[in-house]
Design a protein around this ligand. Structure first.
Ligand SMILES: NC(=O)c1ccc[n+]([C@@H]2O[C@H](COP(=O)([O-])OP(=O)(O)OC[C@H]3O[C@@H](n4cnc5c(N)ncnc54)[C@H](OP(=O)(O)O)[C@@H]3O)[C@@H](O)[C@H]2O)c1
Length: 292
């Protein structure tokens, strides 16, 4: 039962790939990079291509029975997602698990949330059996914050004070693999969330405890965040994420009791807490600094 993973070299997809390979399942990864294809885990096949270039998809999809469809943050994300679904239809893929975003339908003003809703509609129209997983904000986004946290003692993610039920990527991968490999999830949308609310101040405190050093929250100023982000990402992405942070500051991204029940039904255990994630990351960072 061959599974194709798009985004299989990235944060979530790479964890999905490792889990499927550990189950002894044939796994393919669609990648734009020959270099990344050459360094995939043992037994995993890399196929060169991109959702953004539909003419490259035929060979990658040939003989594929299951698809983990992860679309990148891109201005043409909807076209990429729909191209993946069309390639799956042409290849006779029997099951698609698509990764959306938690409560994507409640914030259509955020471009990459709206894109996910559009792609999920395309899935419905396709007639292919599908499951949608809807993760909250990833804990692992904070792995890019080693320098501000350790050198400046600042937590710069403008999460606000309402809170988000952020989630560990390992739980997202477990949810994806359960939906890909077990029956009974067809047509379902599953939230994938963490156990507690993460706020800006609370995250700073959790990092301070994990690092054993002072960390302050940089605050909710989105002009300051946009200015700093402009040095690292294109304008369209800064604008998209700014609208997202505005939404988080006003409304949060909250799980309901029903979300937790449904998630437990899919992954069969409680999700990983932020403290555990931060403690593990801080230990790695501290050992890197000690070894440098
Ligand atoms: N970060 C969050 O908190 C969060 C929460 C919920 C949902 N999401 C959604 O998660 C998705 C991203 O997942 P991820 O973080 O696991 O992905 P990622 O680490 O950014 O990796 C995405 C992969 O997609 C491939 N890719 C193809 N076209 C690309 C492009 N134009 N730009 C960047 N990568 C491209 C790359 O693989 P190759 O280089 O090998 O081709 C890359 O490894 C997005 O749809 C996002 O909206 C994110």
């Amino acid at each position: 039962m061959t599974t194709l993973v798009t985004g299989g070299t990235g944060t979530v997809g790479s964890q999905v790939v490792v889990r499927l390979a550990a189950l002894g399942q044939p796994v393919r990864v669609l990648t734009r990079s020959a270099e990344k294809a050459a360094t995939l885990p043992e037994g995993v096949t890399g196929l060169l291509g991109a959702l953004a270039e539909p003419s490259t998809l035929g060979a990658a999809f040939e003989g594929v029975e299951r698809l983990f469809l992860l679309t990148p943050l891109a201005q043409d994300e909807v076209d990429q997602g729909l191209a993946g679904i069309e390639a799956a239809r042409e290849a006779g893929v029997g099951r698609i698990v698509f990764m959306s975003v938690h409560h994507a339908d409640q914030a259509p003003q955020i471009p990459h949330f709206a894109s996910k809703v559009e792609i999920a509609r395309g899935l419905e129209r396709s007639g292919i059996p599908y499951t949608v997983i809807e993760p909250n904000s990833f804990y692992q986004n904070d792995l890019g914050l080693q320098q501000p946290l350790m050198e400046f003692g600042v937590y710069p993610m403008p999460l606000g004070s309402v809170g988000l039920h952020r989630v560990d990527v390992r739980d997202i991968a477990d949810a994806a693999v359960a939906a890909l490999t077990k029956d009974g999830h067809q047509g379902e949308h599953y939230p994938v969330v963490g156990p507690e609310l993460c706020t800006g101040e609370g995250s700073a405190q959790a990092w301070a405890a994990a690092l054993g050093s002072g960390v302050i929250y940089a605050g909710d100023d989105l002009d300051a965040w946009s200015l700093a982000a402009s040095a690292m990402m294109p304008d369209w992405l800064v604008a998209d994420l700014r609208v997202m942070f505005e939404h988080f500051q006003e409304r949060g991204l909250l799980a309901t009791a029903d979300d937790f029940t449904r998630q437990r039904g899919l992954i069969g255990r409680e999700p990983i807490g932020f403290d555990r994630f931060a403690t593990e990351a801080a230990a790695i960072w501290k050992s890197q600094v000690a070894g440098a």
